[in-house]
Design a protein around this ligand. Structure first.
Ligand SMILES: Cc1cc2nc3c(=O)[nH]c(=O)nc-3n(C[C@H](O)[C@H](O)[C@H](O)COP(=O)(O)OP(=O)(O)OC[C@H]3O[C@@H](n4cnc5c(N)ncnc54)[C@H](O)[C@@H]3O)c2cc1C
Length: 405
């Protein structure tokens, strides 16, 4: 059989899972090439722990190569243009051709979209920003802490709330007199998970003493770096500003004309195929409409599930079979609430009447589960993850939880 090239753009969550799932099953029969501009991978789900000193950058960063299975060729390069018609990708180290293409380039942060944000806010969404938050919290003597969500969509709809819970917990333990608030353009937390989950999270925030300000879309931050101005005419001051920057599709994706009016790549919600044969888009860079005029949230758990589906279907195609796997819209998320506890949400985001998601009360169990997941992800197991996942799924079934890792 002719040796084909499967080119994977992006070595984040989706790219790693796709590469390892393919490497595990192809045993060198076809080329798997993964391109990323960074040599290291940062596990962003651990940033909320980093900001309160529970992790160091070393704990949550790995050389990307150590997370990839045997048989994956890693190329460190910047992707500049994608040409599905020519079956070619331009990169900083030259052009690359492909038979199959998996675009998993994630979301690009665009802090410059809110005037003053870059100068005033510490970003929760980068390793450097999270280190800065940790230092500022250590030195914080009291006052107002604001977690500011610039705009939707943003990755991991739970992350800013998780950060607020952990900051509240951190400052309480140090006896600091502080007000912790979340300002967001959303009408309730995690709207893509439905109003019930939103209400439950709001109640949890209130119970922990975190103030919640919905329907607050920031328009600018004044040059004093402390005054936030909102579209609704209100303004607010703060002493420490922690921000979720605006998101957009990476430049190479936008400039290659692959996006639609959403600004992201439209795909079939089951197979993740784009309009071009053998070209798939997964994870944060993809746009998938769901019921209620919303879009599937941008989260690692979806990038992960979609990567598995795409790997399975590419394998089927290579073997002359039709696509058998479909992504079902199921996802889960453990939300740290402080004090060594986490809440847990899981459910079907493709449900016809709108996301059917349930939220379990915070407990130690979910916190430990999240820590184990982190360790599992960062261990150099490569393709063995698939086997481990089967064991964890079995554990979840025994516990009676509808979750697919
Ligand atoms: C603070 C925080 C907490 C989070 N917590 C969770 C959580 O608990 N659960 C969860 O499910 N999700 C969580 N997420 C979201 C999750 O990290 C993302 O949804 C996930 O990483 C998306 O995977 P992806 O493969 O689509 O993109 P990414 O993982 O972002 O990977 C994209 C890759 O593409 C590379 N790239 C981009 N542009 C180029 C280019 N031009 N050339 C070369 N390489 C390029 C990048 O370097 C990157 O490695 C969190 C995110 C943040 C920021």
């Amino acid at each position: 059989m002719e040796r084909k090239t499967i080119l994977i753009l992006g070595g984040g969550i989706g790219g790693q899972v796709a590469a390892n799932a393919l490497a595990c099953r192809l045993s060198g029969r076809h080329r798997i090439v993964l391109v990323d501009k960074h040599g290291d991978f940062d596990l962003s789900l651990s940033f909320p722990w980093l900001i309160v000193g529970k992790r160091t950058p070393r704990d949550i960063q790995r050389p990307l190569g150590t997370l990839l299975g045997k048989g994956v060729e890693l190329v460190q390069a910047e992707i500049q243009r994608i040409d599905p018609a020519k079956r070619e990708v331009e990169t900083s180290v030259g052009p690359m051709s492909f038979d199959y293409l998996i675009i998993s380039l994630g979301a690009e942060l665009a802090p410059e979209k809110v005037p003053g944000f870059q100068e005033a806010a510490l970003s929760l969404y980068t390793l450097e920003g999270s280190v800065g938050i940790q230092k500022s919290l250590e030195a914080f003597s009291g006052g107002k802490v604001v977690v500011l969500i610039s705009s939707s969509p943003f990755k991991c709809p739970a992350a800013p709330y998780e950060a607020a819970f952990l900051i509240r917990d951190f400052l309480d333990r140090r006896g600091k007199s502080a007000e912790v608030s979340v300002f967001t353009p959303e009408s309730f937390p995690m709207p893509t998970a439905g109003p019930k989950v939103g209400e439950a999270l709001k109640t949890m925030l209130e119970a922990k003493g975190v103030r919640f300000y919905p329907n607050h879309k920031v328009t600018r931050i004044e040059p004093d770096g402390k005054t936030l101005v909102f579209e609704n005419g209100k303004s607010e001051t703060c002493d420490l500003l922690i921000g979720v920057p605006a998101h957009q599709a990476p430049r190479a994706v936008r400039e290659s004309g692959l996006t639609n009016e959403t600004g992201w790549i439209p795909v079939d919600r089951g197979t993740l195929t784009t309009g071009d044969e053998g070209v798939y888009a997964i994870g944060d860079v993809a746009s998938i409409p769901i019921a209620g005029g919303k879009a599937l949230p941008k989260a690692g758990v979806f990038a992960h599930g979609q990567a598995e589906v795409v790997a399975t279907n590419i394998l089927a195609h290579l073997e002359g079979r039709g696509p058998g796997a479909r992504f079902d819209g199921n996802g889960w998320c453990a939300i740290e609430t402080g004090g060594g506890a986490a809440a847990f949400g899981s459910g079907d985001f493709y449900a016809e009447g709108g996301p059917a998601v349930s939220l379990h009360e915070p407990s130690r169990f979910w916190h430990v589960g999240k820590v184990l997941f982190e360790k599992w992800w960062l261990s150099p197991l490569g393709p063995k993850r698939a086997a481990l996942r089967a064991v964890l799924n079995l554990g979840a079934k025994v516990k009676g939880i509808a979750v697919s890792l």
